[in-house]
Design a protein around this ligand. Structure first.
Ligand code: A2P
Length: 279
C-alpha cells in the first residue's frame, strides 16, 4: 500500500504541487469538479488531454502523484467520447490503496491518467438491434453514464433501458441526477425523449418503492410490466452488463438463458460484460 508521506491532500490549500515526479507515459491532469453522494460514493471530473481518445463505455487507468511508483486502478470513463473533460464515478474504500487518497481530491489537484483506453462495453461489440439494456449495480453505472450520453447510442438503438440496482436509495442519486439533467437539456432531452428508460431498484432500503435484484425483476416479469416492454428477445434486444463479479455471472447467465450470445470487439454479439473496477 502506498502512503506517499510527502503528499498532503488535507493540508489546506488546493492545487498542492505533487511531491513526486510524474511517471513517464502518463498524462497529469487537473481536477475540475468533485461531488460526494454518500460516505462511500463520489464523482469527479478532470481535464482531458487532446490526444486522449476513447470510445464511450471504455476504461482507463487512474492514479495519483503520491508515490515514486503510484498505484493505478481501472476506471470507466463516465463521460461520453465527445466531452472535453473526463468524468469518473468512484467508491471510497477507507483502506483502498487508491481510493483512500482519491476520495480526498479537490479542484486543482493532479490526477494521473495512463494513455490507453480499452474495454468491452462498447457499441462496436454488439450486433445491430432495436433495444439496448444496460444492466448495472453500484458504481457499475459509470460506463453507462458515458453510453447514454453518446448520440451514437440513439442512432443505433430505438430504445435504451438503463437499470441501476443499489443497496440503498442514496446510491442511486448519481444516475438520477444524470438522467434528470439529460431530460432537462434542450438538445439532449429531445434526443432521449421516450427512448431512454431509467429503472432503479434497491435491495436493502425498505422505504424505496421498487425492491429487489434486477435478475429477479427480469425473471418475474416485473421490469417488463413496470416499463411496458415485451420479454427479452434475441432478435431485437442487446445488453451490456456492469457490476460485481457475482452480479456479472448471474446477469450473464440470465442473458444466455434468454438466447443472447456474448460479443467482443472482434466478434460482435448480443450482449457484453465487464467487471466493476474497484479497489
Ligand atoms: P443484494 O443487497 O441483494 O446483495 P454490492 O454492493 O454487493 O456490489 O451490491 C450492489 C447491488 O447489487 C445490491 O443491490 C445487491 O443486492 C446487488 N447484487 C449483488 N449480487 C448480485 C447478483 N449476483 N445478481 C444481481 N444483483 C446482485
Amino acid at each position: 500500500m502506498m502512503d506517499g508521506g510527502a503528499w498532503a491532500p488535507d493540508a489546506g490549500e488546493a492545487a498542492a504541487t505533487p511531491a513526486f515526479p510524474i511517471p513517464e507515459n502518463v498524462f497529469a491532469e487537473t481536477v475540475t469538479e468533485v461531488e460526494h453522494y454518500t460516505d462511500w460514493l463520489f464523482r469527479f471530473r478532470i481535464t482531458r488531454p487532446t490526444s486522449f481518445r476513447f470510445r464511450s463505455g471504455e476504461f482507463a487507468m487512474i492514479g495519483l502523484p503520491n508515490a515514486e511508483k503510484p498505484v493505478f486502478r481501472a476506471y470507466s470513463m463516465a463521460s461520453p467520447a465527445w466531452d472535453d473533460t473526463l468524468e469518473f464515478f468512484s467508491i471510497k474504500v477507507p483502506d483502498g490503496p487508491l481510493t483512500q487518497h482519491l476520495q480526498k481530491i479537490r479542484p486543482g489537484d493532479t490526477v494521473l491518467l495512463r494513455k490507453k483506453a480499452t474495454g468491452t462495453l462498447v457499441l462496436d461489440a454488439l450486433l445491430p438491434g432495436t433495444r439496448l439494456y444496460l444492466f448495472s449495480t453500484g458504481t457499475g453505472i459509470a460506463p453507462f453514464a458515458s453510453i447514454i450520453r453518446d448520440p451514437e447510442t440513439y442512432e443505433k438503438f430505438e430504445q435504451v433501458v438503463l437499470t441501476h440496482t443499489c443497496r440503498t436509495a442514496g446510491e442511486l442519486r448519481y444516475g438520477e441526477d444524470l438522467v434528470a439533467a439529460m431530460r432537462e437539456d434542450p438538445l439532449v432531452g429531445e434526443m432521449v425523449e421516450g427512448r431512454l428508460l431509467h429503472y432503479t431498484t434497491v435491495t436493502r432500503d425498505p422505504a424505496f418503492p421498487r425492491q429487489g435484484r434486477i435478475t429477479d425483476a427480469v425473471e418475474s416479469g416485473r421490469l417488463a410490466a413496470d416499463l411496458g416492454l415485451p420479454p427479452i428477445d434475441p432478435a431485437a434486444d442487446r445488453a451490456m452488463i456492469c457490476g460485481s463479479m457475482a452480479m456479472l455471472q448471474d446477469v450473464k447467465a440470465m442473458c444466455l438463458a434468454h438466447g443472447l450470445d456474448e460479443g467482443a470487439n472482434n466478434k460482435p454479439g448480443r450482449f457484453v460484460v465487464e467487471k466493476a473496477f474497484v479497489d
